[in-house]
Design a protein around this ligand. Structure first.
Ligand SMILES: [Zn+2]
Ligand SMILES: [Zn+2]
Length: 262
């Protein structure tokens, strides 16, 4: 295998690991409770999450719940209806920063949204050291580069692992601006297949907004939902349990959307 192909595989692998971590732990478990983590896994996901992804789980869950509460309305933290497709990239970063600062400062309008989450804002963020995980990741990448003289590979690892702002932008913009709609939800959500394939099923925004409590975002056999495949794998290993609703809801919803014809 050539070095360039190996670098590409490392980039894609790290990208997939990062998006799986966010979609399974932050999104499906913490924000919606559609999968339940075992106690040890939950502790690990909370403590390791900020160091692996660079993102605080509580602030992420708060921002995401606000997105569901006000989808494509003026108070949506990151809607292309408000700021355009390109503008979502900065809007989501600014909203995350604002919500993180609000939660640290005890602002009730934010803390009330995540009052059921029984873990604090991460250690680094509580000390205004939000950049520390990024510094650690750069350190790991530099150590890899020095130790094995694999600079491009180290850069690919770093870029893939900390790609969440790019993943978020793809989902939050195109998932609400481009694609087909299966359900007549009161928002602009779309199902975007390439984004779903690339970002762990998250591109199936229309399905997800129709039924946020379902751990499964794919409603048809050909809709890609790698994040749900990871959930099923972890469920077989006894690491998490998928709520029953996730298994039954997609088929029932699809039947009723098709007027009972299936
Ligand atoms: Zn959405
Ligand atoms: Zn959601």
């Amino acid at each position: 295998m050539s070095y360039a192909i190996l670098c590409l595989l490392v980039l894609l692998g790290a990208f997939f690991f990062s998006s799986s971590y966010i979609t399974v732990f932050y999104h499906r478990a913490f924000a919606h409770g559609s999968v339940t983590l075992g106690a040890r896994t939950r502790r690990f996901a909370v403590l390791a999450g900020p160091w692996i992804t660079g993102i605080d789980p509580k602030a992420w869950a708060c921002m995401h719940r606000l997105h569901h509460r006000y989808p494509d309305q003026s108070r949506d933290p990151h809607s292309p209806a408000n700021v355009g497709v390109a503008g979502v990239f900065l809007a989501q970063l600014r909203a995350y920063e604002r919500i993180l600062a609000g939660l640290i400062g005890g602002k009730r309008s934010y803390s009330a949204v995540v009052k059921d989450l029984d873990f604090p804002i991460s250690w680094a963020n509580r000390r205004q050291l939000w950049y520390l995980p990024y510094v650690v990741q750069i350190g790991v990448a530099l150590a890899l580069g020095f130790a094995f003289d694999v600079w491009l590979l180290a850069a690919c690892f770093y870029a893939g692992l900390l790609a969440h702002p790019v993943q978020g932008w793809l989902v939050n913009s195109f998932g609400h601006a481009s694609g087909y709609r299966t359900f007549d939800t009161p928002d602009d959500s779309r199902n975007n297949l390439p984004i779903a394939l690339l970002v762990s099923g998250e591109g199936l925004q229309n399905n997800h907004h129709h039924d946020p409590d379902s751990a499964r975002f794919s409603y048809r056999n050909w809709e890609p939902d790698p994040g749900y495949a990871v959930c099923r794998g972890l469920s077989r290993l006894g690491i998490l349990s998928i709520n029953k609703h996730a298994v039954d809801a997609p088929r029932v919803a699809l039947l009723s959307a098709a007027g009972g014809r299936g």
